[in-house]
Design a binder for this molecule. Structure first.
Ligand code: PMP
Length: 279
């Protein structure tokens, strides 16, 4: 097994220093990215991730340097070369390599990718504690931008204080986690922030919503406050790497230990990717 990297047009050693000084991803964070989970050697929900990648690219006027089919082929080859069964594939697209100036250069966008071992999910039975923090990001959070400063600062604060995630709050409204979407369960209904520009339209979020519909769990896509979240019967985050992860404590508020709806959704989500990986 080996960690794999791809830059611009070829596979490279993951430890090789390949990003040129004039690369706009490096100079400005001028680019977008995706992360796809590989289960049993198969990329999960790749089509959905590629679709969001295209949407992010369009939103910042980035042109893919090659068709989506070639991206799929590079990802597939990366997974094969890695010989990993359980992996995370990160891929980025930046505005290319050009002398530093703010306006867009006329050079092709640069695609890069890594394939690395996935961290196994731990503590799902117990869940995680979270802190709430002010959402200090820009207003186009639906774009999966490489600019992650507010996200990493929030995550760092959470981890430093022994929490698993930072839940971001804008003007009293819970938007999402620093690297996840947020759900609350109250009186048998499932609540989550609507898919506006204020959140990333999570692929896991969409899958969980679909599962909830199939399970006939009433779903409410509506803004809610920090107080609502703290008064919830259950709460959880979703993301490609955390999957569906229950929250046991929010700031100093401990949530009930019984989590019938979260447990059901965890179970169905795990079934979904096991089924996918068997194909
Ligand atoms: N919101 C943010 C800010 C994220 O970084 C992520 C992780 N990519 C998510 C939500 C969850 O999205 P997904 O389910 O597509 O991984």
């Amino acid at each position: 097994m080996a960690e794999i990297a791809f830059y611009e047009n070829k596979f490279v050693d993951i430890n090789e220093k390949v990003v040129p000084i004039q690369e706009r991803g490096h100079q400005f964070g001028d680019g977008i990215y995706e992360v796809v989970r590989v289960y049993n050697g198969q990329p999960f929900l790749l089509e959905e991730h590629l679709e969001r990648f295209q949407k992010s690219a369009d939103a910042i006027e980035l042109v893919l340097p090659f068709p989506k089919e070639k991206i799929t082929a590079i990802i597939d080859e990366g997974i094969t070369r890695s010989e990993m069964k359980e992996a995370d594939v990160y891929f980025q697209l930046t505005r290319g390599i050009a002398p530093r100036q703010h306006n867009y250069p006329e050079c092709p966008a640069v695609f890069s990718m890594t394939v690395r071992k996935a961290r196994p999910i731990s503590n799902r039975e117990k869940g995680i504690s979270v802190i709430t923090l002010e959402d200090e990001r820009w207003l186009n959070c639906y774009i999966k931008s490489l600019n992650l400063l507010p996200n990493i600062i929030a995550k760092q604060k959470a981890l430093k204080n022994g929490h698993g995630e930072a839940i971001l709050v804008r003007e009293g409204i819970v938007t999402e986690g620093s690297s996840s979407n947020v759900f609350a369960v109250k009186d048998g209904k499932l609540y989550t922030h609507p898919a506006t520009k204020r959140i990333l339209h999570g692929i896991t979020r969409a899958k969980v919503m679909q599962l909830a519909k199939e399970l006939r769990i009433p779903l409410v896509e509506k803004e809610f406050t920090t107080d609502f979240l703290k008064n919830a019967d259950e709460a959880f985050i979703t993301s490609t790497s955390a999957e569906v992860m229950p929250i046991h404590t929010i700031d100093d508020t401990v949530l009930p230990v019984d989590r019938p709806i979260s447990s059901m959704l965890v179970e169905e989500f795990v079934k979904l990717y096991h089924h996918h990986a068997m194909k």
